[in-house]
Design a protein around this ligand. Structure first.
Ligand code: DAK
Length: 254
């Protein structure tokens, strides 16, 4: 049985479900490889406009697979396939949504930080408990968590290993919204479907421009954004025409 279940819940929406329930969907190198392959294919497939990642009702993901961690660990962390998988997720150019029920810990929380939106059900618990096994959030958490929720809260999570619930995650900006238990996937698919109605070029540019701010000083990002304002697309013309003619736009991705 594959560790990643792939489906198409709606036109234009790809759903990837982590499927290692007995290991709380821990991110083994094998599972990361399957995510990488699925995202690589989704990136090149024009019929995919948005991707939703989910786990099961108990866990989104409990993080890196602790049982794969060797003593003297460095070679495993630097393993090429592992790093490439995280890079692929980080660079995925289309909207990526996380639907979280249950635990999103360690690498599972870091996976959420790479998603563009995080829908958390009332059962969700987010945490960076690596400190409890003498490690640290080495898959981007030390950099992305403080940007998402602020330095002091991020350090509290990383230094104590304590978890936060969905309400707190939404208040702190880690989660986009909180929904009743069992509703995270349906809500994420709803949002993804709304996104499929938009111009894919404009959606891609929004993601690119927003992510720019993570890697560059603000003044550099702003001047790049202004340069991007010069772009002209058929979709943009269509959007303006549809608004003026009071009809629904038909975007072609050109
Ligand atoms: N890896 C492997 N197996 C896991 C696992 C994990 N992360 N989490 C749970 N499991 C397995 C358990 O061992 C157990 O297996 P069996 O004993 O049945 O064989 C099964 O899943 C069910 O777990 P529990 O019996 O514990 O289930 P509960 O519902 O009671 O508790 C839990 C669920 C998720 C709260 C608990 O299992 C837990 O605390 N899991 C560990 C969570 C954790 O510590 N995550 C962080 C992992 S470290 C880096 C450096 C470090 C890192 C990355 C990069 N660099 C230097 C680059 C570290 C990253 C991490 O994510």
């Amino acid at each position: 049985m594959t560790d990643l279940l792939i489906s198409r819940p709606e036109d234009g929406v790809l759903a990837l479900r982590l499927n290692r329930p007995k290991a709380r969907n821990a991110l083994s190198i094998g599972l990361l490889g399957e995510i990488r392959a699925a995202l690589d294919a989704a990136r090149d497939d024009d019929s995919v406009r948005a991707v939703v990642l989910s786990g099961d009702e108990t866990a989104f993901s409990a993080g890196a697979d602790i049982k794969e961690m060797p003593s003297g660990g460095i070679p495993m962390w630097g393993q090429r396939d592992r790093l490439l998988a995280w890079k692929t997720i980080e660079r995925f150019p289309k909207p990526l949504l996380a639907a979280v029920e249950g635990f999103a810990l360690g690498g599972g929380c870091e996976l959420c930080l790479l998603c563009d939106m995080v829908i958390a059900s009332d059962t969700a618990r987010f945490g960076q408990p690596e400190i409890r096994i003498g490690a640290f959030p080495g898959d981007g958490g030390t950099q992305r968590l403080p940007r998402a929720i602020g330095k002091s809260r991020a350090l509290w999570m990383m230094m104590t290993g304590n978890t936060i619930d969905a309400r707190t995650a939404a208040e702190w900006g880690l989660a986009t919204e909180r929904v009743p238990a069992g509703r995270a996937l349906a809500r994420a698919v709803d949002i993804a479907r709304d996104i499929t109605q938009m111009s894919p070029i404009a959606i891609g540019m929004i993601k690119e421009e927003v992510l720019m701010t993570y890697g560059k000083p603000l003044d550099e990002s702003l001047s790049l954004e202004r340069k991007l304002l010069l772009w002209q697309t058929e979709d943009h013309d269509e959007g303006i025409a549809a608004f003026t003619e009071k009809r629904k736009p038909v975007y072609k991705g050109r």
